[in-house]
Design a binder for this molecule. Structure first.
Ligand code: MOS
Length: 737
């Protein structure tokens, strides 16, 4: 087939759903108007570990409008089969209202259903729960790791890291502490559940409609086809909506118990209890190097937290193995079970935490050796993946640094720490590498071309704010040869052709490749119809020599010879043409390339010399992310990632009272996230190019990549400004005084 002209892909389009969003017509989970809906409010445990000894529901049940109070005392037994294809760490998931055990502070212990949200909330406050409480263990630094095999925390070794470290010219041993960060998307989690006989429909905030369908089916022991999950709009989700949390099952359970549709919206406070968080880390890294800056040894020892009932894991080992050409590497990973709810991946999971440690350590080494931090990284740039020996599909990190250094004005920098002042402010600049996997998933799509020359394309994918509606429309429009306004992309419905979770930055490449395949098939169908149709001006032309542009099929080298989709379908009495397509990556053990996205992050900070206050002055990210389908939305991703990274570097910190496991700052007044006044000029540059070894549309990954490397770039800039090295996140004013 002739390659299609690219008109929409690469154009800086505004969101196709932007108008719906700014006019309030986009419906998020709790916005859906369901006839006869009643309201549920969860009662959370007020102890961090123990047993429920009594639940007095009389006062709650006496309230007007209250329909039912459900707890382990009256809840039906649920099936909780092992679900296929849902995201869940190993272990036994929290089974709602199935026993009297309290496993963490804030665990759901009852739910009140009432005709209004106010009645439900008031009654929930009146439910009196008594406990036999024990002191929980919630402090990572004071709790023992659990021995035993952890499939995702394997020790790793190449060469002999201890020996190489012992004999290295230069050695650095550093311990880093990363605080826990909580998920705080704008839209809080909510679910509406409605049963129709033995079928249930859920309007849910989810990054994985298929996973939620499977999990609800397994919890209730019903066939997956009896569950439909809808999520047309999602108000931000950075991993928290990747799995199906207890409140989703509670909403479905409550709806079944009262025989009415039930809406359950978590409060902001409840978002700190059961929808995951980035786990706290204690991470020791020892580096050995030659005087000339060849890193010869890396010894990683990390521990991070999980719950007692599930073995959370995240991808925190890859960077230490593949980022630099280090001959001797060892890794030891410990996962510490605590009396907490299970963590869940948060933007750039694992990679972001490891990058803070590795990239801070590289900066320390550069300073010690008197080598420019960019130069140090270039001296350790590998020619192939040092962990597998595989060639890189594409790796343009060095180019990211070169382009970034020029754009940022890096070479004007005085390398001496604390050398630049602006009044009371100490000025510093720093760099760090960002890197994230090119994760790929199986995806399918369906497309229909209507007789009026418009098309509808759909896939059970998601748009958490990433811009999926827009970017998929762009891919489809070019593959079909239609104007963007004539293509509609639909998503967020588990009954559509299946797609992977919108996580791990896999949507653009996976669903995008499936959309392209589907629309290629549809276009070929139309072309074949034309060239075989004696009445078509294209009759007899080789199908491979026909392209479609603006809804008109024409011979590649004779644009006057052709006709429109509308003419073609009308003459053939076709109301529409349909096609279904897919994308299937080769299995992981058959990939021949090491595939990652890369970033060079640059930051300039000002630190108040007397108050320790850190202000980010400007940031630049240069990305090797493969082909950029939608530059304007890519910029939104990059800016969002930098904002998230500024939060992680300087503000975000979940504080737990270890006496009872209570999260002390479970609200947006006390849990600090960046506001507009914290955000300076942020700039993103994408290296031009594509990676067709990764996938048919040449895309790598972007959404996670843009946050990885931000916090260490800021930390390194703080060191350059002040001469003070802070090996903790967040970097607080106190640490700099
Ligand atoms: Mo991303 S942490 O996989 O939503």
């Amino acid at each position: 087939m002739s390659p299609q002209p690219q008109a929409a892909v690469g154009a800086p389009l505004s969101r196709v759903d932007g108008r719906l969003k700014v006019t309030g017509k986009a419906k998020y989970a709790a916005d859906h108007d369901i006839d006869g809906v009643v309201h549920a409010v969860v009662v959370d445990s007020s102890v961090g570990r123990g047993r429920i000894t009594g639940i007095d529901t009389r006062a709650a049940e006496a309230q007007p409008g209250v329909l039912k109070v459900i707890s382990h005392r009256n809840a039906p037994k649920l099936a909780y089969r092992d679900a296929p294809a849902g995201i869940r760490p190993p272990g036994q998931r929290l089974r709602v209202f199935q026993d009297d055990a309290v496993r963490f502070f804030g665990q759901p212990v009852a739910v009140v259903v009432a005709t209004t949200p106010e009645a439900a909330q008031h009654a929930a406050d009146l439910v009196a729960v008594s406990y036999d409480a024990e002191e929980p263990a919630t402090d990572l630094t004071r709790s023992p790791a659990e021995d035993g095999p952890r499939p995702f925390a394997q020790p790793y070794a190449r060469g002999n890291a201890q020996e190489a470290l012992a004999s290295a010219d230069v050695r650095k041993e550093m311990t880093f502490r990363l605080s826990r960060n909580h998920h705080n998307p704008m839209e809080t989690h909510a679910t509406i559940a409605r049963w129709d006989g033995d079928k249930v429909t859920l309007w849910d905030k989810t990054q994985h409609v298929i996973g939620t369908r499977n999990e609800v089916a397994s919890a209730f022991g019903i066939p997956a086809e009896n569950v439909r999950v809808l999520a047309p709009f999602i108000g931000g989700a950075f991993g928290s909506a990747l799995r199906t949390w207890p409140h989703v099952t509670i909403a479905a359970l409550a709806a079944r118990e009262v025989g009415r549709p039930v809406k359950l919206a978590l409060t902001r406070r409840q978002m700190y209890f059961t929808v995951g968080y980035r786990p706290a880390y204690e991470y020791k890294l020892s580096l050995g190097s030659t005087r000339r800056g060849r890193v010869t040894a890396m010894v990683h020892e990390m521990k991070y937290e999980t719950s007692r009932y599930e073995q959370f894991w995240e991808a925190n080992q890859a960077l230490g193995q593949m980022l630099y050409a280090v001959p001797n590497v060892s890794q030891k990973v410990q996962i510490v079970p605590l009396d907490v709810s299970t963590p869940l991946w948060m933007r750039g999971p694992g990679y972001g935490s490891a990058a803070f440690v590795i990239e801070s350590a590289m900066d320390e080494l550069a300073h010690e050796l008197g080598i420019d931090p960019i130069e140090l990284r270039l001296r350790n740039e590998p020619h192939e993946d040092p962990s597998t020996g595989e060639p890189f599909s594409t790796r343009r990190l060095a180019e990211c640094f070169r382009v970034g250094a020029r754009e940022f004005g890096w070479h004007r920098r005085n390398p001496r720490p604390r050398s630049t002042r602006d009044g009371d402010w100490l000025i510093g600049t720093g760099v760090a590498t960002g890197c994230y996997d090119v994760f790929r998933g199986q995806a399918q799509a369906h497309a229909r071309l209507h007789a009026d020359g418009t098309a509808v394309v759909q896939s059970a994918t998601h748009d958490v704010g990433t811009g999926t509606y827009t970017s998929m429309t762009q891919v489809a429009a070019d593959a079909l040869g239609l104007a963007v306004r004539h293509v509609t992309f639909r998503l967020g419905d588990s009954s559509m052709p299946p797609a992977p979770p919108q996580g791990a930055s896999q949507t653009m490449l996976s669903v995008g490749s499936a959309v392209q395949d589907t629309c290629d098939k549809l276009r070929k169908q139309a072309i074949n119809l034309a060239v075989e149709d004696e009445r078509s001006p294209l009759h007899g032309v080789d199908a491979d020599d026909v392209v479609v542009r603006g809804g008109r099929l024409h011979a590649k080298d004779n644009p006057t010879r052709g006709e429109t989709y509308r003419q073609l379908l009308a003459r053939n009495n076709r109301t529409h043409l349909d096609a279904r397509g897919s994308y299937t990556p080769e299995p992981p053990n058959q990939t021949r390339f090491s595939m990652y996205g890369y970033a060079a992050m640059f930051a300039e900070v000002a630190v108040d010399a007397r108050l320790g206050l850190v202000r980010v002055r400007r940031m630049l990210g240069v990305y090797d992310a493969g082909r950029i389908i939608s530059p304007k939305l890519a910029d939104s991703q990059a800016i969002g990632g930098m904002v998230g990274g500024i939060g992680a570097a300087l503000l975000e910190h979940t504080v737990t009272d270890h006496r009872d496991g209570r999260i002390v700052n479970a609200n947006l007044a006390d849990y600090l996230v960046p506001v507009n006044a914290d955000i300076p000029d942020l700039k993103a540059i994408y290296l031009d190019g594509e990676d067709f070894k990764a996938d048919p549309i040449g895309v790598k990954s972007l959404g996670e990549l843009v946050q990885i490397g931000v916090a260490p770039a800021i930390a390194n800039a703080v060191f350059h400004a002040t001469g003070r090295r802070v090996r903790e996140l967040p970097i607080t004013a106190e640490a700099l005084l």
